[in-house]
Design a protein around this ligand. Structure first.
Ligand code: GLN
Ligand code: ZN
Length: 767
């Protein structure tokens, strides 16, 4: 019979137990022994779940006290030298210092794991990096699983991927120079696992699904030629795309198996079937590890039939990738619409799907009831009136080029907006949110519990808006915002108001460390039944004579931060979202709002891993934004906002959005980013963040003046805005007011300076 396994299980726990334990430990309320106990309980529970589902292996090594990349670095002994820690005796306090920084050192850099929303800690390497061994938590966890009587398959991030994701500050340093030492250390780890009686080890190499050059292809051979002799069987794990180009090479390596992602890249199956040796295992990743829909088990079983005939017991069945990217279990969903719930499979339910497929291949008749149940759920979903909205489909199909284009070009709109808005040079504004105070959160919780009526809640939020408006007026900001008090989350807020979306109670997914997100589900055609923000923004505008900026989340970000339906292309869903946002933008305009910001912080996140696919992504993502933003008159000013990523390489796409103003996070490398915008000759207006909202530090007026002056060197002052680099919801009021006061002063200093030099220039001409 075919074997079943998973590349990884969510570590945080169904009730986010790990998060709460970590945070209690950081606050000093939980000691190390108790934290370790919580970790052990979670592992025990997750292994039992895997065993109960009938999997042939349980997975170890998918647990981490903060992040598996960091844990791998600690295991290898490759920690940033600047902390001065000995990896072999690393304590949890030190481990967390690496992840979160301490009094002496800033945290290790964190960035997104491939094209997921998970963030890992970037290994810091250099010519001095040695791999002298480190903490043996992985080995202890394997012992723990063995002691509980499990057959365990440890999983580790592989050497190529670890090195490929590592960064060196030494210019020109060739990371591959570290390969021999790195591989030698991996070999020691594998030997230690072998000594513990482990049969199979999964080494994850998602880097193989990215664009790698020839040197890295060679490195694959070098590394695995050596690792293949450690005595354990190696399962080379690939996911998030096709690794087909490596198939001929893998067939020559001393690895006993390969795992491939057949959800993202089903077309690679034939290549691997043809390439693999007859002693190599093929682990078919056929259950979607990145999404929450029930699989069409009968159809998958059909596509695997020939492969099964060819591989027999050498065919394994698995999810496409680690299940850490989906919530733990549907069990915690009591309020979710029963119909929608019947279409879903979270991590725990996916284990059963994997198992059912194995059964179906061995004994189709025995599996028939489960296959039929899955098919019935899918058929119901396909027919459901909750999914299909003919109106939306018709409208989406009818979107034409004109709807994705403003009536006039930026230079024409610019004049119309100048006349309409009458803003000073270098206008000051903020990104949208003001501090989400304890009081706001409590009011929301009380409203949720039914203790605060809808009307009272609305009233409370209006008070918050009034406070934000008063504050902004007193500070002298030029373009105001209502402050977003009513928004728990910039995506979930809209998900609750739009048709075609569902929100979960406990659908948590780890974003990084102790931070979890609860992505909404898009299950049907997206439809905006009525205005979502117009009342709140109109009310805010009624409190002031200054322009009030309407605040919306853009279609690409709504898509990117949700679980997206898998029964139509992402591009179509994006367009439906775009139409919903477009209607909102137009309604705001009708309500007299002259400036609307459409946030797209996740715009870059959707970028495919392979460069060859970038253009196709930009085509539909840019179009979605343009459809959302192009329904308004010239005089209505469209802003967008982006953050959390590097933008230098996507400037043409950002320009193609044709927003009148983009406010953008620059805090980490303001100069570099501005140079890039300058060099590219970004055509529209831009508000580079002049201070970092991620820190409570209040920057001085001079500091911001210097930054704006520097910006003026690359961007004409007439197209420059002055703003913080992101929303202020995580900050407290005192530092917010202090920083904004300085920011407004800085803009005034510069305006006066410019006026003075203009007068001087005028005087010279006159003379
Ligand atoms: N308007 C949002 C806010 O200010 C933008 C958030 C974001 O960029 N992530 O909170
Ligand atoms: Zn932001």
């Amino acid at each position: 019979m075919v074997r079943t396994h998973i590349p990884g299980f969510p570590r945080i726990g169904a009730q986010r137990e790990l998060k709460f334990a970590q945070e209690a430990f950081w606050r000093g309320e939980l000691d190390e022994a108790n934290l370790r106990e919580v970790g052990a309980q979670l592992r025990t529970r997750h292994w039992r779940t895997q065993r109960a589902a009938g999997l042939d292996f349980v997975c170890a090594g998918d647990f981490a006290w903060y992040d598996p990349m960091l844990s791998t670095s600690a295991l290898l002994g490759a920690l940033p030298e600047r902390f001065g820690f000995d990896a072999r005796t690393l304590s949890l306090v030190q481990y967390y210092a690496l992840a979160r920084g301490n009094a002496a050192q800033p945290a290790m850099e964190m960035t997104k794991w491939f094209d997921t929303n998970y963030h890992y800690l970037v290994p810091e390497i250099g010519p001095q990096t040695r791999f002298e061994g480190g903490v043996e938590w992985l080995l202890e966890e394997v012992d723990e699983a063995h002691a509980l009587g499990h057959e365990v398959k440890p999983v580790l991030i592989g050497p190529l991927t670890w090195l490929w994701l590592a960064k060196s500050r030494v210019a020109g340093f060739d990371r591959l120079a570290l390969l021999p030492g790195l591989v030698a250390r991996y070999a020691r780890v594998l030997e230690a696992l072998k000594a513990r009686g482990v049969e199979w080890v999964q080494l994850d190499e998602p880097a193989l699904c990215c664009d790698l050059d020839a040197a890295w292809h060679e490195a694959l051979t070098t590394a695995y030629d050596q690792l293949g002799h450690s005595g354990v069987k190696l399962l080379l794990g690939t996911y998030f795309g096709s690794a087909a180009q490596h198939a001929p090479r893998v067939a020559k390596l001393p690895v006993q198996g390969v795992h491939i992602d057949l959800v993202r890249a089903p077309e690679q199956l034939d290549v691997w079937r043809a390439a693999l040796r007859d002693d190599q295992v093929l682990s078919a990743g056929v259950i979607d590890g990145r999404n929450v829909w029930r699989a069409d088990l009968a159809a998958i079983a059909d596509t695997l039939r020939e492969t099964h005939a060819q591989f027999g017991e050498r065919l394994w069945i698995a999810p496409s990738c680690s299940l850490a990217h989906v919530p733990v279990s549907l069990e915690g969903e009591r309020r979710l619409d029963a119909q929608v719930k019947s279409w879903l499979a979270f991590a725990t339910e996916k284990l059963t799907e994997v198992r059912t497929l194995a059964l179906a291949l061995a004994d189709r008749v025995a599996a028939q009831p489960q296959l039929e149940a899955a098919s019935a759920a899918l058929a119901a979903r396909a027919r459901s009136s909750a999914v299909i909205n003919a109106l939306v489909q018709k409208r989406t199909a009818a979107v034409d080029a004109a709807m994705a284009r403003r009536a006039n070009a930026f230079d024409v709109r610019e004049h119309a907006q100048r006349d309409a808005l009458r803003l000073p040079l270098m206008p000051t504004t903020t990104i949208g949110s003001f501090p989400q105070t304890q009081a706001i959160r409590e009011a929301r919780a009380a409203h949720r519990r039914g203790e605060l009526s809808a009307l009272d809640y609305l009233e409370r939020m209006r008070e918050e808006t009034a406070r934000a408006v008063r504050c902004q007026e007193a500070l002298g900001l030029d373009v105001l915002v209502h402050g977003e008090a009513e928004r728990n989350d910039m995506v979930e807020y809209f998900a609750e108001l739009l048709w075609g979306f569902a929100v979960t109670e406990n659908g948590w997914v780890q974003s990084y460390g102790s931070r979890c997100v609860k992505p909404p589900l898009i299950y049907g055609d997206v439809y905006r039944a009525e205005p979502m923000t117009v009342d709140a923004i109109r009310h805010a505008q009624s409190l002031t004579t200054r322009p009030m900026k309407g605040m919306l989340t853009g279609p690409v970000t709504l898509l990117q931060w949700s679980f997206v339906r898998d029964d139509q292309p992402r591009a179509v869903t994006a367009l439906q979202l775009a139409l919903a946002v477009r209607d909102e933008v137009c309604d705001l305009e009708k309500a007299g709002i002259g400036i609307v910001q459409i946030d797209e912080p996740a715009f870059r996140e959707g970028l495919p891993l392979r460069r060859a696919e970038h253009e196709a992504y930009f085509d539909w993502a840019v179009r979605a934004f343009r459809v959302a933003s192009s329904g308004v008159a010239d005089a209505t000013q469209i802003h967008t906002h982006m953050c959390y990523s590097e933008f230098n390489d996507i400037l043409p796409a950002i320009a193609a959005l044709d927003a009148d103003v983009i406010t953008i996070e620059t805090s980490r490398s303001a100069m570099e980013l501005l140079d890039a915008f300058g060099e590219f000759a970004y055509p529209n207006a831009i508000g580079p963040g002049v201070y970092d909202i991620h820190s409570p530090r209040v920057p001085g007026v001079d500091e911001m003046v210097r930054l704006i002056e520097r910006a003026c060197e690359t961007i004409p002052a007439a197209r420059l805005w002055v703003n913080p680099d992101c929303g202020l919801k995580t900050r407290a009021w005192p530092e917010t007011e202090a920083a904004l006061r300085n920011m407004v002063s800085a803009a005034r200093v510069l305006r006066e300076r410019m006026a003075a030099s203009a007068r001087e220039a005028g005087a010279t001409v006159a003379a």
